[in-house]
Every structure is written in C-alpha cells, then in structure tokens.
Design a protein around this ligand. Structure first.
Ligand SMILES: Nc1ncnc2c1ncn2[C@@H]1O[C@H](COP(=O)(O)OP(=O)(O)OP(=O)(O)O)[C@@H](O)[C@H]1O
Length: 360
C-alpha cells in the first residue's frame, strides 16, 4: 500500500491547449493518504475518470508527476503500479467459471493453490456468489458479472490502491447498499487506499472517510462529510451536496454584518474582507417565522419528503428552502426567515471566506 502524491498535475485532451478551458483536469497538487477511503464526487464531465485513469496509468498526464510512496510512477504502465481497478461495466472472461475469474488476479501473481482457494471463497461470500462459483460467466446477468468484476478487484490483499469508477451503476438498488457495506468492511479489514468515483452524493458520503469534490476540472474541496456540510469551501459544494442544496444571497459584507437588499443580517462572526460577496445558508439552518427579526419572506409551498418537510420560500426574490421537522406545523402566514449563525458562510468569487479567528 502506498500514499499517492499528485505533483503539479494537469491534463488536456487537446494536442495544443491554448487556455484553462482546454484542460479536462486543471493544475492540481494533492496527497491521497495511505489506507484512507476516498470518494471522488462531481457532476458528469467534471474530470473524475480522467483523474482516476491518470492514477491507474491508463492515461498519461500532459503535465506533472504521480508518486506512489517515494516512487515516481508517471511513466510506469498500469501493470507496474500494482493497483486494482473496477470500471462501470463488467470486465470478465466469459469462457471462465466465476471461480476462475475470481482466482485470475491471484494466479497471475503466482499465489499458491490453497491460498487462492481460501481467498476466492471469502470474496465469493462477500459478493454473495458462493452458489454459482462453478458456473461459466457467460450467460450471467450484467448485474452478476459486475459483482465478479468487483470481486476480482477485491481479491488481492497486496495492492497499492483499489480504484472504483462508478462500479455500482448496473447493480440493483438493494445489492448496491449491500456491496457498499462490503466495500467499507473490506476497507476496515485490510486498510487499502481506496478511491471511489461517483456522481451520487449518498454513495460518496456513506462510503468515504474523505470526500474529494470536483467541479469543472478542479478539486474544490477535500474533507469529511461533516466538513462538506458545515463549511462548504466552494458554492458548488454547497449546491451539489445536500438536498436541497445551500441557499445563496448576494450581500454587502462589512465586519459581522451583511446587507441583503434593505435588510440587515448579523453574521455571528466578523470578517476581515468587506464588499460585495455572497452569503450561503443550508436549508437545515433556516428558521421560518411570523413577525420579529429576520429577512422578509413569502411562503410558496411545503413538500413533505418523509423524514422532514421542505418549506419553499421567496426571500427578497431569491428562491429559498428551509428544512423543518416532520411533525412541525407550518403557519400559513410565515413572513420572516432567520439563520442559525453557526450555519452561515460567506463567499467571494464562489470560494468560502474564513471568518476572523477561525482555526483551520
Ligand atoms: N478521450 C477523450 N478525448 C477528449 N475529451 C475527453 C476524453 N475523455 C474525456 N474527455 C472530456 O474531458 C472532460 C472530463 O471527462 P471525464 O470523463 O474525466 O469526466 P467524469 O467526471 O468522469 O464524467 P462522467 O461521470 O460522465 O464519466 C469532459 O469534458 C469530457 O468530454
């Protein structure tokens, strides 16, 4: 296993890139710590697969270096990097049995027969395929074949890293949950460095210790699910993570006060920078009420989503969401919203501005 370092990395699919827009992966310095489980999360086309394929060696970056531990692997082929990769669609040998497919990566490394048999049995149990070990892969459903691909990815214990590129896309919803749980268990048991690409926030937040959020070819934040919730580093993180995403208001910031339209908002903490910025508040930190302090609001509708209710409001022309408890009675004459101070973040050019005195 190894720490993975990306040093001044960038990639363009254009032969002669002429500006940042030509780069699928913009300049990036980053360390993936040994033994940590990461989710790489972002919308379609933001560069997740490009980054993963550079780490695995399927793609050579146009700029920068990749280190596994101290070793520079930038020019090393995939086979030399000692990693396991599982893709969105199954990669299995149709003419081999399930058992032979699972054993293949171990046989390739020259492992002894008894040891192979034990590992294959263990992995077959994980993917719930013990009963079909002697069946040929040909004729199995796409779902079953993808489980074999996952099993093949998980069968070796000595890999530098396990890379998953949206591996559960073709798996049915119940099995998805099951397999994700197994992957987590595998991580706990063996401590592999894992990178799991997904555009699904639930998948990312339930699988990973650290979530790496990508947007438009850049890593905009790496943090725990709690970091991403409480202190989104970029407005994209606020919008993309959470359901509904963070509310954003244009504001003039001065010290600990924000002017939003004609209203004044206490930010709870002072800011060194002043001027035109944005205030971001997640729906979980919006309180609705009638009269009193706060910003003027008009209620639009209430959505009952089971665990809680979402109140949709118009706050000074900005469509705003508030989350309230499922048992809460919601008055029809709501005309104010206020924000829990700990849930307020300030953004300049889409990036979070730390309040004065905040410890990083
Ligand atoms: N082989 C290629 N040649 C040219 N452009 C490419 C190639 N592969 C990807 N791109 C472009 O690079 C950008 C990033 O693509 P990438 O596949 O890395 O994104 P992604 O986040 O993995 O998306 P998805 O979730 O849809 O797979 C996109 O604009 C895509 O069109």
């Amino acid at each position: 296993m190894a720490q993975i370092t990306l040093d001044d990395l960038a990639h363009s699919y254009h032969p002669n890139p002429s500006g940042p827009d030509d780069f699928a992966l913009k300049q990036l310095d980053m360390t993936w710590r040994d033994g940590e489980a990461y989710a790489l999360l972002g919308a379609s086309g933001c560069g997740k697969s490009t980054l993963l394929n550079i780490i695995s060696g399927l793609l050579h970056p146009s700029q920068g270096r990749i280190l596994f531990g101290e070793r520079d692997v930038t020019n090393a082929p995939t086979a030399d990097r000692n990693i396991a990769q599982v893709f969105q669609f199954p990669v299995v040998y149709d003419t081999m049995s399930v058992r032979e497919n699972l054993a293949f990566p171990l046989k390739n490394r020259g492992m002894a027969g008894q040891e192979i048999a034990e590992r294959v049995q263990k992995v077959a149990a994980m993917i719930d395929m013990e009963a079909v070990l002697d069946r040929k892969a040909r004729g199995l459903t796409a779902d079953a074949k993808q489980k074999i691909s996952l099993g093949r990815g998980m069968v070796r214990e000595d890999v530098n890293a396990l890379l998953f590129d949206e591996p559960l896309t073709v798996i049915d919803p119940h099995m998805k949950w099951e397999l994700r749980t197994q992957l987590k268990k595998l991580h706990r048991d063996f401590g592999h460095t894992m990178i799991y690409v997904t555009h699904d926030q639930t998948e990312a937040l339930t699988f990973a210790d650290k979530v790496v959020v990508m947007h438009d070819g850049r890593v905009v934040q790496t943090g725990t699910p709690q970091d991403l919730f409480e202190k989104p580093a970029h407005t994209f993180v606020g919008y993309f993570i959470g359901s509904p995403g963070m509310n954003l208001f244009d504001a003039d910031i001065n010290g600990r006060t924000a002017r939003i339209g004609d209203a004044t908002l206490d930010l709870g903490r002072p800011y060194a920078a002043s001027g035109r910025m944005q205030v971001g508040v997640r729906p979980e930190f919006v309180r609705v009420g009638t009269g009193g302090d706060g910003l003027p609001a008009r209620i639009r509708r209430v959505e009952d989503v089971g665990r809680h209710k979402i109140v949709r409001l118009d706050v000074m022309g900005v469509e705003t969401a508030a989350i309230v408890g499922e048992d809460a009675t919601i008055p029809t004459d709501i005309d104010r919203v206020s924000f829990v101070p700990e849930g307020i973040n300030v953004y300049a050019d889409a990036w979070r501005v730390a309040p004065q005195g905040e410890t990083p």
